[in-house]
Design a protein around this ligand. Structure first.
Ligand SMILES: Cc1cc2nc3c(=O)[nH]c(=O)nc-3n(C[C@H](O)[C@H](O)[C@H](O)COP(=O)(O)OP(=O)(O)OC[C@H]3O[C@@H](n4cnc5c(N)ncnc54)[C@H](O)[C@@H]3O)c2cc1C
Length: 311
């Protein structure tokens, strides 16, 4: 007798339709997607990442691979049949209503995802590559792993990290000490976050009105440096640590402590930083090399790179 094993992929394609569009602020559009099998979309919350496969002109979503090895099948397609693939965060999942929310930053028609969002209408079709609730194990795909005894949390990011940080903040128990620093394009992008007691949220709008704007990353960098100085008592800094360079123009800055390697007893602070890769690289240099923070307590994530397409 032969036993056939059916391969259940950990992430899989979900055909999706736009069911609602909500402009949250000048730069954020909440897109609610629905799909027949969204009750199988795993709900991990936090900074859960997914891929959005965008329709091709004239072909829609016809070229989405149905193979369990969807990525291999996608890569094997000729370039003109390969739907653009971009990474986003799940801002909300409601399997019972077969709904998934994604908050998209509108940065102009410079990339396929932002361009798609700028003109999206209800009924538009895309494919979400998301965690599969039928997979018999943890589906992963998120990096928020604070040690339970971290005495303080530091979350910092630009607008692309706002959806993840908002979801994380909303999950924190009351009384957890946390500093949250969010750099956004303009003052109107300061969203309402249901932050529990103990969480201090600071929005850092780059635009100061009358067309003036602070350079990207400058406000976030200054705020993180200041917060790190204030937290020096719990950070236990020891400057001068060696640091390998990461070329953010040809590679990806993704340095995250796995849950299992987080220090058994935290040094005090657990930090999570995401945004434009060059900015995150500068923060990594400051925190690791200049302050000597324990790298097992900090997640550094380049979510995108200025001047470079994500793929
Ligand atoms: C784990 C993870 C989670 C993410 N979650 C979100 C999320 O929830 N919401 C979200 O909006 N983004 C999120 N991002 C970032 C998003 O993937 C990138 O912004 C992506 O480049 C957008 O694709 P695009 O097709 O619009 O632009 P691309 O084709 O990738 O880039 C085209 C041009 O636009 C520039 N560009 C890209 N993004 C921006 C931006 N935000 N502002 C200004 N210029 C930009 C690029 O540098 C390039 O010059 C996430 C990224 C990662 C890795």
């Amino acid at each position: 007798m032969t036993v056939e094993t059916v391969q259940v992929p950990v992430y899989r394609p979900f055909a999706a339709q736009v069911s609602r569009l909500q402009r949250l602020s000048p730069s954020f559009l909440r897109v609610t997607f629905t799909g027949l099998d969204f009750d199988e979309f795993a709900s991990n919350g936090l900074d859960q990442r997914i891929k959005v496969m965008l329709p091709l002109p004239g072909r829609g979503i016809d070229d989405c691979p149905s193979d369990p090895d969807w990525y291999g099948a996608w890569r094997a397609l000729p370039a003109d049949r390969r739907m653009p693939l971009r990474t986003y965060t799940v801002r909300g999942v409601r399997p019972d209503r077969r709904e998934v929310d994604v908050d998209v930053v509108l940065h102009g028609a410079t990339g396929p995802a932002s361009a798609w969002a700028e003109s999206a209408v209800v009924g538009d079709e895309v494919v979400l590559i998301g965690p599969n609730a039928r997979f018999p194990g943890p589906t992963g795909g998120f990096e928020w792993h604070p040690p339970v005894d971290a005495s303080c949390l530091l979350l910092a990011g630009d607008e692309t990290a706002v959806p993840a940080i908002c979801a994380i903040v909303e999950s924190l128990p009351a009384g957890r000490r946390a500093r949250v620093l969010l750099e956004v394009p303009e003052a109107g992008d300061a969203l309402n976050i249901a932050a529990p007691d103990g969480v201090q949220v600071t929005w850092l709008p780059r635009s100061t009105g009358a067309g003036a704007s602070a350079p990207r990353g400058s406000l976030l960098t200054a705020a993180v440096v200041e917060a790190a100085a204030e937290l020096a008592d719990v950070l236990a800094p020891s400057p001068g640590a060696a640091l390998e360079d990461v070329d953010v123009d040809s590679g990806i800055l993704w340095e995250v402590p796995a849950e299992a390697t987080a220090p058994a007893r935290s040094s005090g602070v657990y930090a999570w930083l995401a945004g434009e890769a060059g900015v995150v690289k500068g923060l990594r240099r400051h925190l690791v090399q200049e302050l000597g923070i324990d790298r097992r307590s900090v997640a550094f994530m380049g979510y995108w790179r200025e001047g470079r397409e994500s793929d």
